[in-house]
Ligand binder design. Structure first.
Ligand code: AMP
Ligand code: MG
Ligand code: MG
Length: 338
């Protein structure tokens, strides 16, 4: 191993290696779309899809994490079969010189330097924004250019909604995370595709500049493919000056980190722990807050229910999280039961 493993805190190593492992998953996701055989399967409903990219990315991430951190608990979205199937393309992050040299810049606060490997629970969403990934593919093969008549937006822009999420929890709290955007830079032919953002709560954030959202506006981001009357009531209640309906929990938190939105409102039980763990850790490392829609912390113990049944509310740095929570109507809060 090229990193001085015993001088760098474990959490910094897990985050640093997860950056390299997520970058590799991004290559798998791009390759599968390029080849065009998505192998789409419906999970709980037609709004809940899985593709070969979700499966292959998860196999690779889990196999690689298991190899590096065999004592940690790893929970992936795509179910037991893929979690137990360690035949994934192993990516050895210690062979990636860019990731190993940058691990020393991943600051871990003193209270997290003693965390042991067996205490970590790693939540993996191998591809967040699957609905948008499949729609972008459909758009590509039907040869749509510019603004798609069916979707009302540029088909290519849906690629921005796709992320790879690796969240790290300790003591039931999100403490570290990685968000990889496999298609970042898709508008610039010839530029290297993809970027990865990482963070440790109380430590450092890296991979892109963090920007505060503009004053005098309330830009809300929420789901574009899992709406309901409760979701819409909650959005309307915070009196938005603009609503960005985009895919993926990872992408929505990226909008908060980039200063493009003030608050992410999702009053629905559809989001899971692997959707929120990584985004929450990075957002909180950057000075933001993520709770359920009632203001309670989201627990990330290994045995916790996977579903975030009481919704999600996340605010960008510098925003008054309590003020947003206070605006969510009681009937919306009561509708979401733990
Ligand atoms: P969205 O904001 O709709 O892109 O959802 C964010 C994450 O939560 C994605 O991983 C979705 O798959 C998941 N999600 C949200 N609502 C549902 C739902 N009703 N059924 C299944 N997954 C959902
Ligand atoms: Mg997801
Ligand atoms: Mg997913």
């Amino acid at each position: 191993m090229s990193v001085a493993a015993n001088t760098i805190p474990l959490l910094s190593r897990v985050v640093g290696y997860s950056v390299a492992i997520a970058n590799n998953a991004g290559r798998i996701i791009r390759d599968i779309m390029k080849k065009g055989e998505l192998g789409i399967v419906e999970k709980e409903s037609a709004q809940d899809l899985q593709t070969e990219a979700d499966r292959a990315a998860q196999r690779s991430i889990i196999t690689s994490l298991q190899k590096c951190f065999p004592k940690s608990t790893i929970i992936g979205e795509e179910g037991e079969d893929e979690v137990n199937d360690l035949s994934g393309q192993v990516f050895d992050p210690s062979s990636d010189s860019s990731s190993s040299s940058s691990i020393s810049s991943i600051n871990c606060p003193p209270q997290l330097t003693t965390v042991a490997e067996e205490e970590l629970v790693i939540w993996v969403d191998p591809l967040d924004g699957t609905a948008e990934y499949t729609q972008a593919h459909e758009c590509r093969i039907s040869g749509h250019l510019g603004v798609c008549k069916t979707l009302g937006l540029s088909c290519e822009s849906l690629l921005d909604h796709v992320t790879v999420l690796i969240g790290i929890a300790s003591g039931g709290k999100a403490v570290g995370g990685v968000i990889h955007q496999p298609y970042y830079n898709y508008q610039n032919p010839g530029a290297e595709l993809g970027r990865t953002i990482w963070g440790i709560v109380g430590g450092s954030v890296g991979g892109m500049p963090i920007v505060a959202p503009p004053e005098g506006k309330v830009i809300v981001t929420t789901t574009r493919s899992h709406s309901s009357s409760t979701v819409n009531d909650a959005v309307a209640a915070v009196s938005p000056t603009e609503v960005l309906r985009v895919g993926g929990a990872g992408h929505k938190v990226m909008l908060l980190l980039e200063g493009k939105a003030h608050v992410y409102v999702f009053a629905s039980p559809g989001c899971k722990k692997w959707d929120t763990c990584a985004p929450q850790a990075i957002l909180e490392a950057a000075g933001g807050v993520l709770t359920d829609i009632k203001g309670n912390p989201i627990p990330y113990h290994a045995t916790v229910a996977h579903r975030n049944s009481t919704g999600v509310l996340a605010s960008a740095m510098g925003q008054d999280h309590q003020a947003f929570l206070a605006k969510i109507p009681l009937h919306v809060k009561d509708n979401l039961k733990a």
